[in-house]
Design a protein around this ligand. Structure first.
Ligand SMILES: C[C@](O)(C(=O)O)[C@H](CC(=O)O)C(=O)O
Ligand SMILES: [Mg+2]
Length: 291
């Protein structure tokens, strides 16, 4: 890990954390000036596997997407590990592998293994005791103190606000560094969480879900430390791709779409392509001289 989420949080509060669906998106987010990135569990399932966000993907699959991002971009990466991919030993392995992959933080949630998107109905959660065990297993497995463990609770929709807050407090007690209260419906609820736990709280401002699209200014006023945009770029990219596919089919050409496209030159700038090419030229020139 080059930079920790703790450090990014010291520099910027509230800290926007943006979803990057792949390595190239991560580079784009970094070049736009973002200081922290997110690998969404839904994003891995949807974009990499064409699957719904129902706990179907495995540790190895999420890890591979995470590695591709940490390999391309030095920004701290928060990874969604859903329920941790199994029992205590699996959770420990998840933490060790994520640390090894250069990930800065994970969030682990209290839904049952057969999880759902946090903004969908009929979620089920494990007991508070079982969630606390998940956090203990994660904290115990950590070897780098700069690696952050965030506890997510999906309890609001299932058991109500008091239970959600109690779970968050129990997770902090068990060593969680940060809290992610899922699917909040009001600023007041965020305020209650921020007052109840003395660790940084994340607000998941995902579109078309249960949480209104509160601004960073509104969230800051109630004490929120991090604002997550897990799938915003992915949703926009997906709409753009849909438009292109349809247009090519209906129009038989793509010239009407060029305005919406990133140019070859912009692509190369993002990738620092010219630098690679110059190196290649220099290497070949060198080889020529030696012969
Ligand atoms: C944050 C989340 O866990 C994700 O996987 O990105 C999702 C986001 C979404 O489905 O909009 C969630 O909130 O469950
Ligand atoms: Mg998720």
């Amino acid at each position: 890990m080059k930079h920790s989420l703790f450090q990014a949080l010291k520099n910027t509060r509230p800290l926007p954390i943006v979803g990057a669906i792949n390595a190239y998106s991560a580079m784009q987010a970094g070049q736009a000036g973002h200081q922290a990135l997110y690998l969404s569990g839904a994003g891995v399932a949807n974009a990499s596997f064409g699957l719904p966000d129902l706990g179907i993907t495995s540790l190895g699959e999420v890890l591979e997407d995470a590695r591709r991002i940490t390999g391309a971009c030095d920004l701290p990466l928060l990874v969604d590990v859903d329920t941790g991919f199994g029992g205590a030993f699996n959770i420990a392995r998840t933490v060790r592998e994520m640390e090894r992959a250069g990930v800065a933080a994970i969030h682990i949630e209290d839904q049952v293994a057969q999880k759902r998107c946090g903004h969908r109905p009929n979620k089920a959660i494990v007991s508070q005791a079982e969630m606390v065990d998940r956090i203990k297993a994660a904290v115990d497995a950590r070897s780098d103190s700069r690696f952050a463990i965030m506890a997510r609770t999906d309890a609001l929709a299932v058991e109500g606000m008091a239970s959600a807050v109690a779970r968050a407090q129990a997770c902090v007690e068990a060593g969680a560094d940060m809290i992610f209260p899922e699917a909040m419906e009001s600023l007041e609820q965020y305020r209650l969480f921020c007052d109840a736990v003395k660790v940084p709280v994340l607000a998941n401002i995902t579109e078309f879900g249960k949480t209104p699209l509160f601004s960073q200014r509104e969230l800051k006023a109630v004490g929120v430390a991090m604002v997550l945009y897990p799938l915003s770029a992915f949703r926009a990219m997906s709409r753009a791709a849909e438009t292109v596919y349809r247009h090519i089919l209906s129009e038989g050409e793509q010239s009407g779409l060029l305005e919406q496209m990133q140019t070859r030159e912009q692509l190369y700038q993002t990738l620092d392509y010219h630098c690679y090419e110059a190196k290649l030229d220099a290497l070949f020139a060198q080889g020529g001289k030696d012969e």
